[in-house]
Design a binder for this molecule. Structure first.
Ligand code: PMP
Length: 338
């Protein structure tokens, strides 16, 4: 929304790249082709990929903006909306990059604690956003690292009640039971961020997208670097959209493995939270992460306030079995030492 935009950006025009048909192209200081046409810059706004994606999402291409991972898109929101000293509100614990990007962009970061890490108290959260006079509210749904999902009715109430831009980071949405579709057409203070890194299992290509009202997408284009999505990524992205069947099958497999792993961990005495993402979050003995790493098994350990908590990504059945076996070994080794 225009009202929330940084003052400098209000007067800025988006950089426009000339993408006309040509016989001879000598307008962009490109070199001579020696490797598969890669002397050319990519399409600045990833038009072909953007249009295909828009069709899949039942959106118009003007309502989408692609980025070098959704990480870039989080940062672009701050570039467009956050003046120095202004506040970004999120919940805690959540994805740590929100804080880091806020600090880089000279903002203040305020977190609303998720007591017990269960359902958020929406009225109190809205009050918190007001009290802190937030310019941006970033919500990760399902949340990383807890895996919990804010119900759609709560999300809608937050968006319609706060006087701020809302960034809804749906990086893990494909693993959840959240109703499909989005509400970006309805709200002018909302953008939804998605990624090819998780559900589509293509973290290596670095591709994310923003869904938002056409007007907002126009503003974000003012702060985006030209050609931010490279040629290789655009072409793999287009191909990936054709592999929808495989993606769906993988997601179903992860969801069923998530259920199995939760049961197995519970049998071993752990208490993982209910998760709607492709990971489980649970408290465990100090040093569990290191003991597993010594066996070549990597899970995520946390420090600070989350010391003693672990996040395990759901892998293939074979990988998951290897994790269970290693945890059992660690438990046996420790019980012998006691
Ligand atoms: N949002 C969340 C919640 C994440 O967990 C991650 C990756 N860990 C990202 C965004 C960034 O994803 P990417 O840049 O790969 O799209």
């Amino acid at each position: 929304m225009y009202k929330y935009l940084r003052e400098e950006i209000k007067n800025l025009k988006a950089y426009r790249v000339n993408e006309m048909e040509y016989k001879v192209k000598l307008d962009a200081n490109e070199g001579i082709d020696w490797m598969d046409g890669l002397n050319r810059y990519p399409l600045d706004r990833s038009d072909e990929l953007r249009e295909k994606l828009a069709k899949n999402l039942h959106k118009r291409a003007q309502e989408l903006l692609l980025g070098n991972g959704s990480s870039e898109l989080i940062e672009l929101m701050m570039k467009a909306y956050l003046e120095a000293g202004e506040t970004v509100v999120s919940i805690s614990p959540t994805f740590s990059m929100y804080r880091i990007f806020t600090i880089i962009h000279k903002g203040r970061y305020e977190e609303y604690p998720l007591d017990g890490m269960e359902r958020i108290d929406v009225d109190r959260f809205i009050e918190f956003v007001d009290e802190k006079n937030a310019k941006l509210v970033v919500l990760c749904n399902p949340n990383n690292p807890t895996g919990s999902l804010i119900p759609k009715e709560d999300i809608l109430r937050i968006i319609s009640s706060v006087d701020a831009m809302v960034v809804l980071d749906e990086a893990y949405i494909e693993f959840s039971d959240y109703p499909s579709g989005d509400d970006t057409g309805e709200f002018k203070n909302l953008v939804v961020l998605r990624t090819f890194s998780k559900g589509m299992a293509l973290a290596g290509i670095r591709l994310g997208y923003m869904i938002g009202h056409e007007e907002i997408i126009g503003y974000i284009n003012r702060v985006r670097s030209p050609y931010n999505v490279n040629v290789l990524t655009q072409s793999v992205g287009i191909k990936a959209l054709e592999g929808e069947g495989t993606t769906k099958k993988n997601i179903e497999m992860i969801k069923s493995e998530r259920c199995r792993m939760k049961n197995e961990l519970e049998k071993m005495g752990f208490k993982p939270l209910d998760s709607q993402a492709n990971f489980l979050f649970f408290p465990g003995e100090m040093g569990l992460g290191n003991s597993l790493a010594e066996k070549g098994i990597l899970i995520r350990s946390f420090g600070g306030e989350l010391e003693g908590f672990y996040r395990l990504t759901i892998g293939t059945p074979l990988e998951n079995d290897a994790v269970l076996k290693a945890i059992e070994e660690v438990q046996n080794e420790r019980s012998k030492l006691k």
